[in-house]
Design a protein around this ligand. Structure first.
Ligand code: ZN
Length: 563
């Protein structure tokens, strides 16, 4: 494989190697002995006998003969896979060639045998480029082929997809991404950038039987962004696994990993999780904006009247505050906003969460880990020994946790937590059901906030609704009568959904002296609700109607979420 010319000058090469102190005279003699028996080329023998490394030998040859030589492992940044994938992987492996870049309109090819005219001709015909051969080592070429070349030309498909309009991005950062020569890395980054720009909270790569779906969760709703072919699916998933530090060879067990993305100097945390399915591994990526400014009760949509009540309660040094609602109703954001609002340097704030969704610089956050016995209750017991001022408990799921929370609030701590109930009054009943004594609840509980998230109408395309055929229900008639009511349309800014961003609606039940008395008497949910309404509590429906009256959301969205 070393080329005809070398065979003719074999003795000379051996002597030159000795002269240059790359091998000894006795090594050369031994090699010549072997050559007599085997007829192998002298270079091959010297390499096999470990008298010289393949790299040193090739380097020496190139210096002697004036060939360009290349160490592929040292130029990985310059490798242009567009060049590499001009030929098939099978051909590259068979012929031991690796095109690695374009150079003066020629194709630079790493080869073992720069003088093989037939091979160079063949490459020229296959690729349409004149070939500039570089001598390289067998190992380097093979590693490069396996690293940069893909089966079935799927990188070409990746290339096509990245050209597709769906992923084209009008952004300064997109230019950096376009500079990325590997179309696979480019596609992986484009998907993430696109998701950030569309304000998605999650990216899902979901293999199906015949293709693979890329879906974004935007404003709480999953949207199909596009389909990619199966060949691209495998590459894309591998890329994300590499990016997030997962084990790329493990495909049968779920894994998780993380990475980050700098978007216009905003650090975006990316949390990756893989989950094997029958059609291949699913990858989901959670996009977490590290900026805390978004955790602001006003920005979350809490109206002034509720802010007044709630803001006073969380400024108290002790007591329990419960945020309630189904999964995805924004409870965690409200807890974070509350902590942000009351956080001062002298206050010790601890959280127990599952999972920790955002990292705060000045808050001690503990991740629940059932596997090692760090349940909510166990974490809380450990935490109480460090004498915290404020405790945030991600969720109360059991008696044990509820009991610790209630005890902590009675003994001088402010406890913020969440429950899974439909409305504020039923949270009291839930605590009864969990086995907490009414007198404990009555002395601990300060207020319960029920909440939901409504999608905001896109300000660019919302239009006034024709109300002539619409009947407004009695409960909200007084809020909505004579108001301009808007409905969705859909435009390019809102991805044709008619909605852009979300807003919270809140129902705040303040534990007044009368309510406290009712809790002690173990009154029913309806009775507590009636009293709370007399004391000024607005329902979720009323809170939603107010957002409709303000033109922030639509009637349709109000009924979707609150009814
Ligand atoms: Zn719009």
């Amino acid at each position: 494989m070393i080329g005809e010319e070398f065979n003719n000058s074999k003795i000379k090469i051996g002597e030159l190697l000795v002269k240059n102190n790359l091998i000894t005279q006795s090594q050369l003699q031994e090699a010549l002995e072997i050559q007599k028996k085997t007829g192998k080329k002298i270079g091959e023998i010297l390499i096999e006998e470990n008298y010289i490394s393949e790299y040193e030998f090739k380097n020496f040859l190139s210096l002697q003969k004036g060939y360009k030589q290349i160490n592929l492992s040292k130029i990985s940044n310059e490798i242009d896979v567009k060049a590499s994938n001009l030929i098939s992987k099978e051909y590259a492996l068979k012929m031991k060639v690796f095109p690695f870049k374009f150079e003066n309109e020629m194709l630079a090819v790493a080869t073992l045998d720069p003088l093989n005219i037939y091979l160079n001709d063949e490459l020229r015909m296959l690729t349409g480029y004149e070939v500039e051969p570089y001598i390289s080592t067998n190992k380097d070429i093979e590693v490069a082929i396996r690293t940069y070349m893909s089966d079935e030309h799927s990188l070409k498909e990746v290339e096509e997809i990245t050209k597709d309009l769906d992923f084209s991005i009008e952004d300064d950062l997109a230019e950096d991404i376009d500079l990325q020569k590997n179309p696979l890395i480019r596609l992986a980054n484009q998907i993430i950038l696109k998701a950030i720009m569309m304000r998605a909270s999650d990216i899902h790569i979901e293999p199906q039987e015949k293709h693979c779906l890329v879906r974004f969760r935007i404003d709480g709703i999953l949207q199909v962004i596009r389909e990619v072919p199966k060949t691209v699916q495998r590459l894309l998933i591998s890329r994300y696994k590499i990016m997030s530090g997962m084990d790329i060879t493990e495909t049968r067990l779920p894994q998780d990993g993380r990475s980050s993305f700098n978007y216009h100097n905003r650090f975006i945390d990316l949390r990756f999780a893989s989950l094997p399915s029958v059609f291949g591994e699913n990858i989901s990526i959670r996009i977490l904006n590290r900026e805390e400014s978004i955790f602001n009760l006003q920005n979350l949509g809490m109206p002034e009247r509720e802010m007044d009540v709630y803001g006073k309660v969380i400024k108290q040094p002790y007591g329990s505050v419960i945020i309630t609602g189904p999964t995805g109703s924004g409870k965690t954001s409200t807890l974070y906003a509350s902590l942000t609002q009351i956080s001062t340097p002298e206050k010790k704030i601890y959280t127990v969460e599952d999972p920790v969704e955002y990292k705060f610089p000045h808050i001690m956050q503990v991740q629940v880990n059932q596997k090692i016995g760090m349940s909510f209750a166990a974490s809380l017991r450990a935490m109480m020994r460090s004498d915290p001022d404020i405790i945030m408990i991600g969720e109360i799921r059991d008696y044990e946790t509820a009991k610790i929370a209630v005890e902590a609030s009675i003994t001088g701590h402010l406890v913020l937590t969440t429950l899974h109930t439909n409305d504020a009054p039923s949270s009291v009943a839930r605590l009864f059901e969990m086995g907490i004594e009414p007198y404990m609840i009555a002395s601990a509980l300060r207020c319960v906030v029920a909440q939901r998230l409504l999608r905001r109408l896109c300000p660019a395309c919302k239009k006034e609704a024709d109300m002539s055929n619409i009947v407004i229900s009695d409960e909200v008639f007084s809020i909505l009568k004579d108001k301009k009511i808007y409905e969705k349309t859909g435009c390019s800014q809102c991805n044709n959904t008619g909605y852009l961003g979300r807003v919270g609606i809140f129902s705040v039940l303040l534990v007044t002296p009368r309510i406290r008395k009712m809790i002690l008497d173990k009154s029913g949910t309806d009775a507590i609700e009636n009293q709370a309404r007399q004391d000024g509590m607005r329902t979720l429906l009323e809170s939603a109607a107010e957002k409709v009256a303000d033109g922030i959301t639509s009637l349709e969205e109000m009924y979707r979420v609150v009814f």
